[in-house]
Design a protein around this ligand. Structure first.
Ligand code: UT7
Length: 328
């Protein structure tokens, strides 16, 4: 390898809000049913943040657990990147709020807006910054409170999403070894921006001057079609770049949007179901938080072990998508 610095994924942690909302609870106020939601998405429940479970608070809780997993304290952090589409404020960024909550003053941090691909985008950036020597210890976090941007009268979207946060700690390594982030690939197609978007932002108002803070809007069928196609493509791209076959992958940790997307990708790629980490049933779609939530689960319950190959992939509103291949 030409560059001698690489990023080791040294720890992972997550946070889920205490309150669980079941499909039956959603069906009490909406024309939907537990059977429809399970059959079409695989979702059984989602977590919903309470007032104190802000995007920054959840991100910090996940970050503390990732640091504890890695066996380091916050003084090892000199970069924080948060993938989020639901920051608590337009600024300061969630990342610097996390820095303050961790009680550190060194380094730098910023948020990445890449919807459900936010974690993969953030991981790729952190890896590049470590490789070029700008930092040595990075927290990469996905934290989302999608419950704030859902239209609870739209059954085709509001049942799909949940709140939560996940984080990993990356450390620079100059030693010998074949572990760490092996590759990342990022893509975007802005011409498809109108099939999944939020119809508002800070400072945006309608013709009558009423603020439009924005709700999520989605053409689900279209997103589904592009997701299967693009995600398969990006997985194949990652495998080819590393001269690997799908059968070499120990764990596929996909973005958790819909079990039908996950299953159809697994089938197309020939990856056994038992090698795919699934949390969508319990977490629903937590956007940028979904991959680090699932990865943390697999790294803490004894499935994903040191030395194994883990492939992450996600697609979200933009459209934006990408993958990361990591040897733990
Ligand atoms: O994380 C970012 C990426 N996002 C995604 O990957 C989401 C991708 N899309 C999907 O997961 C699926 O397209 C959905 C779960 C959103 C929808 O599933 P679908 O099988 O594509 O359903 P559909 O949109 O074709 O709708 C089928 C029917 C419609 O009724 P009619 O028109 O056939 O009478 C919908 O009105 O299901 C109806 N429907 C519902 N019925 C009960 C839509 N939502 C619901 C609901 N409960 N919650």
């Amino acid at each position: 390898m030409a560059s001698s610095i690489r990023s080791i994924l040294a720890g992972a942690g997550s946070y889920l809000p205490e309150r669980i909302v079941t499909n039956d609870e959603m069906a009490a106020t909406l024309d939907t049913s537990d059977a429809w939601i399970r059959e079409r998405t695989g979702i059984r429940q989602r977590h919903r943040a309470g007032p104190s479970e802000t995007t920054a608070a959840m991100a910090t809780a996940a970050a503390r657990r990732a640091l504890a997993f890695a066996g380091v304290d916050a003084s090892a952090v000199d970069l924080i990147i948060v993938g989020t589409s639901t920051p608590d404020q337009a600024f300061p960024s969630v990342a610097v709020r996390v820095q303050a909550m961790l009680g550190i003053e060194r380094g730098f941090g910023f948020d990445v807006s890449a919807a459900c691909a936010g974690f993969v985008y953030a991981l790729s950036l952190a890896d590049e910054l470590i490789r070029c020597g700008r930092c040595r210890g990075a927290l990469v976090i996905g934290s989302e409170r999608f419950s704030r941007i859902l239209d609870y009268t739209d059954r085709s979207t509001c049942v799909l999403f949940g709140d939560g946060a996940g984080a990993v700690f990356l450390r620079a390594s100059e030693g010998e070894g074949n572990d760490g982030i092996l590759s990342t690939h990022l893509h975007a197609q802005g011409s498809l921006g109108d099939i999944l978007f939020v119809d508002g932002a800070v400072g945006v108002a309608d013709a009558a001057g009423t603020p439009l803070s924005g709700k999520l809007r989605m053409n689900g069928r279209e997103v589904f079609r592009h997701a299967v196609h693009r995600l398969t493509e990006t997985v194949e791209e990652a495998l080819a770049a590393n001269h690997l076959l799908a059968t070499d992958i120990d764990w596929l940790v996909p973005h958790q949007a819909n079990i039908r997307i996950i299953d159809s990708m697994g089938r197309k790629l020939g990856i056994q179901q038992s090698r795919v980490v699934v949390t969508v049933d319990r977490h629903a779609n937590t956007s940028a938080a979904s991959i680090p939530l699932a990865l943390t689960e697999a790294m803490t319950d004894g499935r994903a072990a040191k030395g194994q190959l883990v492939l992450l992939e996600a697609l979200g509103g933009g459209l934006v998508w990408g993958s990361a291949l990591v040897r733990l």
